[in-house]
Design a protein around this ligand. Structure first.
Ligand code: FMN
Length: 195
């Protein structure tokens, strides 16, 4: 079954949005139609105006209940602390799929121009004033990441699109997550049954 993929990004000036869209093109090459979401803005409009931020894009805002519907995620994060986010994802038991060098060595080792991106994943340099846009090379790397990510997760058996964890547990006579509404600390289900 084709995995359901959500690309979830935050973008203030559009750099990460461009990478997210390139990742989507790469996923398409792997036979996966991903959905793009943006993270809700928390800055007040007056602050955004002072930062010369353009209007937000039209992508829907992601939420926890939306994310439950997906098997895999690509996150777009506009800060150097992106690796720190792996700690949180690890606590949720998510499996991290790195870009690696296998499909991207020529692009990553290109020293003829300045570029973002690493074996950890696609990236871009915005410049001190945000005036630099993602280059063709950086967008190519993001596309390669989308395709290789899609090919990797396609090898994993997923929950699929028609059933979720609770449905499968109900089919087998077990309760799975006792209730999606009964949440314990950190928003995790208060009781889980391993079936
Ligand atoms: C929440 C946030 C955190 C940021 N943290 C850093 C940082 O740690 N180092 C840095 O060089 N730039 C940082 N920036 C600046 C971004 O690199 C720059 O704004 C870039 O344009 C981000 O991509 P975007 O246009 O998609 O927002 C940060 C921007 C945001 C919005």
């Amino acid at each position: 079954m084709v995995p359901k993929v959500a690309i979830v990004f935050y973008s203030l000036y559009g750099h990460i949005k461009s990478l997210a869209e390139a990742e989507k093109q790469g996923l398409k090459k792997a036979g996966i139609e991903a959905d793009i979401y943006q993270v809700a803005e928390t800055l007040p409009q007056e602050v955004l105006t002072m930062m010369h931020a353009p209007p937000k894009s039209d992508y829907p805002v992601v939420g926890a209940r939306i994310m439950e519907k997906y098997d895999a995620f690509l996150f777009g994060i506009p800060t150097r602390t992106v690796i720190a986010s792996l700690s949180t994802l690890t606590h949720h038991g998510l499996i991290y799929v790195p870009l690696g060098y296998a499909k991207s060595f020529a692009q990553l080792s290109n020293v003829s121009e300045v570029h973002g991106g690493s074996p950890w994943g696609a990236g871009t340099f915005a410049g001190g004033d945000g005036s630099r846009s993602p280059s063709a090379l950086e967008l190519e790397l993001a596309t390669i990441q989308g395709e290789s990510f899609g090919n990797t997760i396609s090898k994993v058996e997923t929950r699929g699109t028609s059933k979720n964890v609770n449905d499968k547990a109900a089919d087998s006579g077990h309760s799975g997550f006792e209730s999606a509404d009964k949440e314990g600390l950190c928003g995790l289900p208060s009781k889980c049954v391993v079936s």
